[in-house]
Write a protein that binds this ligand. Structure first.
Ligand code: GRF
Length: 216
């Protein structure tokens, strides 16, 4: 199978990036990371890219306040330079604009640490605990021009336990993020994702089981 080229946008530690790199190296993903781009020069994710001989590019976001489109133009140029088929937002902490979305329609994926459409935005593990939900999880979705609103590809569910802090819940969710992001990328690489309005239809997926989750 042809390998797709991924461009990964990051701002921080890059554990999701690492999971993708590991899955590629273990032959579980028909993809190659063509470039990692960070708006932060000191993002550990850039370090991870260099360790694996992947192009690591810093595109500073400084001075683009109120000029997000111009910044996104720089990203588009950089991503095109590396011939990217799919853009992955892996802890990229900037709001992106239509410039980027329209350059890669239904070809940008984001990972969010909650079960969208519940708890979009920031500090979502704390919000989930404060709301008292019994389950949370993570969502991989295509990116549209809204904030965490695009068509949902995959979700994973984890219980919220008594005594959870935002950190313990985040750690439980993160483990699942590392699995479902790669799974979504592989489905894309296999050409199995079709966006129909708000729904992402996954061809050839196994029939849903009757299992369900109860907590507590
Ligand atoms: C993850 O929790 C992801 O869901 C959110 O930002 C965090 C990034 O973590 N969008 P990492 O940089 O991949 O470790």
């Amino acid at each position: 199978m042809k390998k797709i080229k991924i461009g990964v946008l990051v701002s921080g530690r890059g554990s999701n990036l690492q999971a993708v790199i590991d899955n590629i190296e273990q032959g579980r993903l028909s993809a190659e990371v063509a470039v990692v781009i960070s708006d932060q020069s000191d993002a550990f994710a850039l370090e991870r890219a260099r360790t694996h001989n992947i192009a690591a590019v810093h595109v500073s976001g400084r001075g683009y306040k109120g000029r997000r489109e111009e910044y996104d133009n720089l990203l588009v140029q950089e991503l095109r330079k590396y011939g990217v088929d799919l853009v992955i937002l892996a802890g990229f902490m900037r709001i992106i604009t239509g410039v980027l979305v329209q350059a890669f329609p239904n070809r940008i994926m984001n990972i969010h640490p909650a079960l969208l459409p519940s708890f979009p935005g920031l500090h979502v593990q704390q919000a989930a605990i404060e709301h008292g939900v019994k389950f949370s999880g993570c969502t991989v979705h295509f990116v549209d021009e809204g904030m965490d609103t695009g068509p949902i590809i995959i979700q994973a569910v984890v219980p919220v336990l008594d005594g959870d802090s935002p950190d313990t819940l985040a750690a439980r969710i993160l483990k699942q993020e590392h699995k479902i992001f790669s799974r979504a990328i592989q489905l894309f690489a296999e050409g199995r994702l079709k966006v129909e309005g708000r729904r992402v239809v996954v061809s050839g997926s196994a029939a849903a089981s009757d299992d369900f989750l109860i907590n507590p």
